[in-house]
Design a protein around this ligand. Sequence first.
Ligand code: ZN
Length: 850
Amino acid sequence: MRDAAPTTIYLKDYTPFGYLVDSVHLTFDLAAHATRVTSRIAFRPNPDAADRTFFLHGEELTLIRASIDGVQITPEVTDKGLTAPAPDAPFIWEAEVEIDPGNNTALEGLYMSNGMYCTQCEAEGFRKITYYPDRPDVMSTFTVRINGDLPVLLSNGNPSGKGEGWAEWTDPWPKPAYLFALVAGELIAHPGQFTTMSGRDVELNLWVRPGDEGKCAFGMEALKKSMKWDEDVYGREYDLDVFNIVAVDDFNMGAMENKGLNIFNSSAVLASPETSTDMNFERIEAIIAHEYFHNWTGNRITCRDWFQLCLKEGLTVFRDAQFTSDMRSAPVKRIHDAIDLRARQFPEDNGPLSHPVRPESFQEINNFYTATVYEKGAEIIGMLKRLVGDEAYTNALDLYFDRHDGQACTIEDWIKVFEDTTGRDLDQFKRWYSQSGTPRVTVAEEWADGTYTLTLSQRTEPTPGQDEKLPQVIPVAVGLLGPNGDEVRATEVLELTEASQSFTFTGLAAKPTASVLRDFSAPVILEQDQSNAERAFLLAHDTDAFNRWQAGRSLAEDTLLNMIQSDAAPDADYLDGLLAVLRDGDLDPAYRALMLGLPTQSELAAALHENGETPYPMAIWTAVETLRQVTAQHVQDLLPRLHSETVIDAPYNPDADQSGKRALGGAALALTSRLDGGAKATEEYKTADNMTLQLTALSCLLRASKGQAELAAFYDQWQHDRLVMDKWFGLQVSMAAPDATADVARNLTEHPDFNWKNPNRFRAVMGALAMNHAGFHRADGAGYALLADWLIKLDPVNPQTTARMCSAFQTWKRYDTDRQALIRAQLTRIAETPDLSRDTTEMVSRILDA
Ligand code: ZN
């Protein structure tokens, strides 16, 4: 291992940097293997800092020269940075370094993608560009000159000059170095325009490689909608003359909010009906909004240190979720978010990688861009809003922007604006940021003499580093339904703050049925002893869209667990309830499609594990297949109607309405394929004129072990389109039968188009392998070994992407001892790889420590 004893950084050790930065001037002389970066930085002693050590971060840089106030110096250089004697007075630092973007495969710092230069600096990538105090609490204005013979030269801020072979950019807004960006390449602009609420004209551009011009229109519209929405809902206006977005093929994450120059993974911005699915469109709209919203929540107000990451990410995810609810369907978005939280965040929070939303220590910050920081971080804000009310939330946010604009802040600052606006003591609420693990809320009920009593109790299992848990503030939204299905008590938010608390409802004529945790009012696991009859009742009558869906989901889960545990037959309450919902033509098609969903096989494994049983992946897979088959037969007569109800005779539009219809039509097609052997899917594939339908039909065929001819035709049709080819790779692995999955994946890694250094392509295959539950967990360990082989191969090339994918192993302690031994052997093999990156070392050792 590279670091025998890797260093751990602690939140409690925070101290400010000894100097402030007044201005940064950078000059880039671009060359693929020898880019020169010249910096001129004005430093001045920081009156709030005790320590004047002048240490600048710097990694993988060749220092050519350095000077202070024009006097050449020889700093002490290590592989982490340099130290120099600096005056206790303002001074000018100048340095010239050489870097090698052409060989930068880690995609952090300045790197190249298809002949284009681009940067990724969050979290700590700027130190790979030049020597600098690379920490978010050091903020400065930047002026950047780019010299290079590529036609398009971009950086942050406003353009301030250009000529043949050069361009200069000036960013008037002080920013931390992680928001720095530079792009140079042969790019084409898809232009747009926006006038802000105070009348500022903003030039918008979406920059793409030649050939991608036809995939820009949707992203541009999403950007304009985002700009307008942030003005309307948060009163936040854009603050530069230009806003540029660049699409790049090689990118570790979704996208990056660099000031005035967002850089996007091309999969997160490029879209067309022929090449993108409805889900792609929805995701792109949300990511564009997310990055745009960061301009205020992240850029204008940034984080003091990386422990505060959720300050910008939780809030920005919450804001993009509000945006999506407004643009599309609020209940559908809420259900999507709950599904996503349970699929990605709950396993993280209940396994070896569990960490607080605001972590207290890390070895590699890149390992903390997690579902917990992002999605649980957003849920916390949703709870806060529910607790204080909409108006107080708006006032608190106004105060936040007012008080902290231009600052690098902490969670304490954030909580304080809510305390100051509402007068409420939020000390206990703050535990959501420090306590890890998913709280479990149990519900007990009592009925006597017209009084209904709900007793709510909470407990959280121990998590790594946290054995003792304290009660949290949990907003539990509850409504009551009377025996005929009418709502007898509208939604009320019960505040659970003790380990156990009772809430009474008086004056009721008959024993009600409680609808608990409406709208998924808190990110908790609800443990409620409900009969299937009660669930069926809620499925039929609940006025809360989320809980109506949840009732169906609980029925489905219960049925599946009974099938797995006791070979039971599928439950009639579930099947009949589902049929009734599907028949209800007044219900939104998107919502009906969601009703047809089932818990993932991984979620079922988690549920079994919690019940003290060992999950066997093939038993789970078989139960799901059986339930699907039985469902198809049960709703058979309705399928033709669902198909005709979801026919669209209008030009393709990825809006909520059409995509909801396609989702229901697709779900119906999947059921139909189980009955007709894929006949209808074959027809649909032939006539499909959009990617949603084409991919749905193809997956139905692959699921039925058919579709090989279509798969080959799909390849011929789309081999020139890398984003569609990612789907082609991924789908084959997702749809493979359990015993074939590892072999299908291995064969695909030998395909000439498997460019494994491209994160999207790597994830298409390896991510799909890890997600195919029964396939990944094949009893002989072939899935584990294949993933480990490739993680070991990728690590020296791209540690960030490797480390993230290690989380595929995080649930290993759920399974039987044979599988645990197989996984442990693979994790150990990875851990013992010579020169393993710090990123992967940290992840593997945390997982192994379970
Ligand atoms: Zn973000």
